[in-house]
Design a protein around this ligand. Structure first.
Ligand SMILES: NC(=O)c1ccc[n+]([C@@H]2O[C@H](COP(=O)([O-])OP(=O)(O)OC[C@H]3O[C@@H](n4cnc5c(N)ncnc54)[C@H](OP(=O)(O)O)[C@@H]3O)[C@@H](O)[C@H]2O)c1
Length: 296
């Protein structure tokens, strides 16, 4: 029997880019893999491709949008209907916008997708994670250099700065993950942050010059070259750390850590470990918490 058989791995945003390549690699190990995404057609076609390429038919697609509280809660319900235990949750779906945008709940969109969604989805799936032995949560970050968090700017209160707002939201997610790791330690669920590495994907392909602040706009042609369509080659490379985090036995019991694209441990920025910074991010999250949205 394959070592990963019997394990269930959920990957949000597993229908394209790095998430898809992660799903492909993890499905190859024999695990059951549930991929999620907003678009049903894209999801069904990703699912078919994974089954065809790996021979693993225990792959499923679950539709869901994590940009709203209602969407997160609906996705969590759909996932637990299919899986009574979840061994690995990969919070991979992310958002990078070139212009200011708000979620359906009135939150700054980077905060909604990159910070609130991984927190809320993890907690909504906690019973299924607790039902697995040594469950792992992997939160996928962006920006290879851990950067300082300004707790007064988690929803771009000091002005929207495109790529910088994206990177700051990922730093806030790193702090949130450290707090979540502490919270879930007594439940035996680990939480770690992984950096995949740069890849040419729909996300990077959609970046416009507007997303670059000030003089960085001059670098736009260079970035276009760097993120040139490559048929999934760079996304496959970037998926290595997620595949390792999801399947490696040496990862059991490891929590509250950060690993780079080469799966090497690094330190986050000191502000990510600062409990006051974590508390102010959690305060913004808690302000969004009410009773779960009713079933349709
Ligand atoms: N690409 C890079 O260079 C890079 C570098 C560092 C970190 N990252 C991080 O890696 C992760 C994956 O990035 P990527 O570049 O692979 O992105 P991508 O190619 O744009 O793929 C995103 C995936 O997430 C889904 N998705 C997007 N928005 C969603 C939403 N609101 N709700 C549910 N699903 C959603 C997409 O499917 P649908 O569109 O059908 O929903 C797709 O499956 C992100 O967290 C990103 O920040 C990327």
């Amino acid at each position: 029997m394959n070592e990963q058989e019997g394990r269930t791995v959920v990957i949000t945003g597993g229908t394209g880019g790095i998430g898809f390549q992660s799903a492909l690699g993890i499905a190859r190990t024999g695990a059951r893999v549930l991929i999620t995404g907003r678009n049903r057609e894209r999801g069904e076609s990703a699912l078919q491709r994974i089954v065809d390429e790996t021979g693993n038919d225990r792959v499923e697609f679950v539709v869901g949008d994590v940009s709203s509280i209602e969407g997160i809660d609906a996705l969590a319900r759909a996932l637990v209907e299919r899986a009574d235990h979840i061994d690995v949750l990969v919070n991979n779906a992310g958002y990078m916008g070139s212009t200011p945008a708000s979620s359906d709940d009135g939150l700054e969109m980077h905060f909604a997708v990159n910070v609130l969604a991984p927190w809320r989805l993890t907690l909504a799936l906690l019973p299924a994670l607790e039902a697995a032995e040594h469950a792992r949560v992997l939160n996928i970050t962006g920006g290879d250099k851990p950067a300082a968090i300004d707790p007064a700017n988690v929803q771009a209160e000091k002005g929207f700065r495109g790529l910088m707002t994206y990177q700051h939201s990922k730093s806030a997610m790193e702090a949130m993950s450290m707090a979540l790791a502490k919270k879930l330690e007594p439940e035996g669920v680990t939480v770690n942050v992984l950096f995949p590495g740069r890849a040419s994907t729909a996300m990077t392909g959609s970046m416009s010059a507007k997303a670059l602040p000030g003089a960085m706009k001059l670098m736009y042609p260079l970035l276009r070259l760097l993120f040139k369509e490559d048929g999934g080659k760079s996304a496959k490379k970037a998926a290595r750390s997620t595949i390792w985090g999801a399947t490696s036995p040496e990862f059991d019991g490891v929590t509250g850590r950060y690993f780079n694209t080469n799966s090497k441990e690094q330190k986050l920025h000191p502000t990510a470990y600062d409990s006051q910074v974590q508390d102010s991010i959690l305060a913004v999250i808690k302000a969004t918490e009410g009773p779960p949205s009713p079933r349709p």
